[in-house]
Design a protein around this ligand. Structure first.
Ligand code: SF4
Length: 383
């Protein structure tokens, strides 16, 4: 019975860790969905967001080699790659649907009637944001990353650059000998606009040691994020679930995120990441649709100080992402265009969706599709 928790949720009261565990354990997914929808509705009404974005991975060469990661390679290993800054600039120039310089998204008819246009659509060859994450390269100096960000900004001044996980920021701080604050401030000065939320995995020390013994501890991940928020860089937060963790580990993870958000208010969105088992050292199986929806809903209810919960369609698939919009999610991510990390681990989805397809998915879930910018400001609303 979830009635005691429901009472708290409808009264707008914070639920406890014990309550959250009960949400994860329940088989009553319909009540869970209704409660999560109530919370999502209070925060975002019937809006569901998407963005025109593109992913770029500068390299998959990584000194860490986490056991759940199918993306990384050692230097010289077959399949290892490095992109030059020029290649990154060129990739960004090939935007949504392979559109190239001179062609914009607005030249193509969209599904759904455009009813509001609060900001100019900031489309660089079809995208408004580039999302950059990669391996911890053993030889690239910190200046290389500063040059990368500056060069992108120079070529595409209006493009928002969301880049580098807390794990990468920690690594940059180590290789440059700078403090976290200096590292982040230098990146911000070069044009970094915000940070993604990767590298959090599961904070529980025991599980983290089994998954990724060389990766920074959860406490350090939180420290980096706190430093980012203090220098004015908004970030996201994630949780990788469905591998070897327990439900209590998930609650502990969410609780640590909620605690930091209480202090800084710097997180924009929480993104539960469904584990993918192919080509990993720990193997295992894919998450179930039921687990995906329960995790989405429990996270939405527990993380009462997060404005947005994202259903990352690359990992959940289009259909579960659509259902997730009825289980507390208010964001379905974006066009993506090229995705290597999850696809290395056996993603069952494609690598790109058009804005029109995203609008269609959202509308068919009974929500109002809103194209957003990187800070959740409305670009366009679709009726
Ligand atoms: S998850 Fe990140 S840090 Fe770990 S091996 Fe993969 S790329 Fe490297």
């Amino acid at each position: 019975m979830l009635s005691a928790i429901a009472k708290k949720v409808f009264a707008g009261k914070r639920i406890t860790e014990k309550d959250a565990l009960r949400l994860f354990e329940t088989d009553d997914i319909f009540t869970l969905g209704a409660l999560a929808s109530h919370v999502a509705g209070k925060k975002n009404g019937v809006k569901a967001y998407f963005i025109r974005n593109r992913h770029i991975n500068p390299t998959n060469i990584c000194v860490n080699r986490c056991k759940f990661c199918a993306f990384s390679r050692s230097q010289g290993q077959e399949g290892a790659f490095e992109l030059t800054i020029e290649e990154i600039i060129k990739k960004i120039g090939t935007g949504q649907n392979g559109r190239v310089r001179g062609q914009t998204a607005s030249s193509k008819k969209s599904s759904g009637r455009q009813v509001a246009h609060h900001l100019s659509p900031i489309t660089h060859h079809g995208i408004s944001e580039v999302h950059i994450v990669g391996g911890l390269h053993p030889e690239w100096p910190f200046e290389h990353y500063l040059n990368m960000i500056s060069a992108i900004k120079k070529h595409y001044p209006k493009l928002h650059i969301k880049a580098f996980t807390a794990v990468e920021i920690d690594y940059f701080s180590k290789i440059s000998g700078r403090s976290l604050q200096d590292t982040l401030a230098a990146l911000k000065k070069s044009g970094l606009g915000s940070m993604p939320g990767g590298g959090a995995e599961i904070f529980s020390e025991g599980i983290r040691n089994r998954l990724c013994p060389e990766k920074i501890p959860g406490a350090r991940w939180l420290e980096v994020m706190e430093a980012a928020h203090r220098v004015g860089i908004r970030t996201n937060a994630t949780m990788l679930y469905g591998h070897v963790e327990s439900l209590s580990d998930r609650v502990d993870h969410l609780s640590r995120l909620r605690g930091l958000q209480d202090r800084t208010k710097g997180f924009q969105a929480f993104i539960p990441l469904a584990y993918h088992p192919k080509n990993t050292e720990i193997e295992g199986s894919y998450t179930s649709g039921i687990d995906d929806l329960k995790t989405m809903a429990a996270s939405r209810i527990f993380l009462d100080n997060f404005d947005h919960i994202k259903a990352y369609w690359i990992m959940l698939g289009e259909k579960i992402s659509q259902l997730a919009l009825m289980f507390g999610a208010d964001d379905i991510d974006g066009t993506i265009i090229e995705e290597k990390i999850t696809h290395s681990a056996g993603a069952l989805t494609g690598e790109r969706l058009t804005a029109e397809q995203l609008v269609d998915l959202i509308q068919k879930a009974g929500k109002t599709a809103v194209e957003r910018d990187s800070f959740y400001r409305t670009v366009r609303t679709f009726a």
